[in-house]
Design a protein around this ligand. Structure first.
Ligand code: SAH
Length: 226
């Protein structure tokens, strides 16, 4: 036996900073910020966000803030994860979802119980590998993950009832518009740095209804693999 399982167990069962009160404070803050979807709030309360960040940052895991996850990337702010999840599942939840930008897998974990299957693509190999391990430890089994460039979507499993993009671009990549099912929804930050807006598109045949959900700050959607 090595020391690792013991450490992992301690992290999984939780220590002080993962106390119910710490999580309650986060949920209260999300409510104040306007998140009303009760099932989403409950899910955020239940997902152990401290497992998705480095141990040195675990004490800040239940703050409503983005935190570094290495490779110049961040774990999304809980408010943004709640907003995007609710925007995607409101009314009727999609069954098959494409996620672009797995990052550490936190958004994936929050969304997983609301949908049948998630196909999640990440361009940075090290993040892809780490996210896969964390989701496996949490026994989240309805997620397929790929090291790939999300600009291309994930064609073999298209069309998707929902597409969630966790990085910003000037416009929605053409492949993602094509891979969205009729009636499906896409949620994504669009626009130039510092002026991004969270956009929700609903496909109606060859037209796409647009709704702007508010300002956003995301890392850029980048081409190619790393
Ligand atoms: N929601 C994630 C954080 C996403 S940060 C979480 O909770 O951790 C955005 C992620 O998108 C980064 O990991 C970045 O590497 C990834 N990304 C950027 N461009 C991409 C692309 N073209 N294809 C796939 N992933 C991309």
């Amino acid at each position: 036996m090595t020391a690792r399982p013991a450490v992992t167990n301690r992290r999984l069962t939780g220590i002080g900073m993962t106390s119910a009160r710490t999580r309650d404070r986060l949920i209260a803050r999300l409510r104040e910020q306007g998140i009303e979807h009760e099932d989403v709030l409950e899910r955020i309360r239940g997902v152990p966000r401290h497992l998705f960040v480095d141990e040195a940052l675990a004490s800040r895991a239940y703050e409503d803030t983005a935190l570094p996850i290495g490779h110049g990337q961040t774990i999304s702010q809980p408010f943004v994860v709640a907003l995007m999840t609710a925007a995607l599942i409101e009314g009727s939840a999609p069954r098959k979802v494409l996620e672009v930008g797995t990052g550490c897998g936190y958004q994936t974990a929050v969304l997983a119980p609301f949908v049948a299957t998630i196909y999640s693509v990440e361009r940075i190999a090290a993040l892809h590998v780490r996210a896969r391990r964390v989701l496996r430890d949490l026994k989240i089994a309805n997620v397929f993950m790929r090291h790939g460039d999300g600009f291309e979507g994930w064609p073999p499993y298209a069309p998707y009832d929902g597409i969630l993009v966790a990085a910003a671009s000037a416009r929605v990549p053409a492949a993602l518009l094509e891979q969205l099912a009729n009636g499906g929804r896409l949620v994504m930050p669009v626009g130039p740095d510092r002026e991004q807006q969270l956009l929700r598109l609903t496909r109606r045949g060859d037209t796409y209804e647009r709704e702007l959900l508010g300002p956003a700050t995301f890392v850029p959607l980048l081409k190619g693999l790393s």
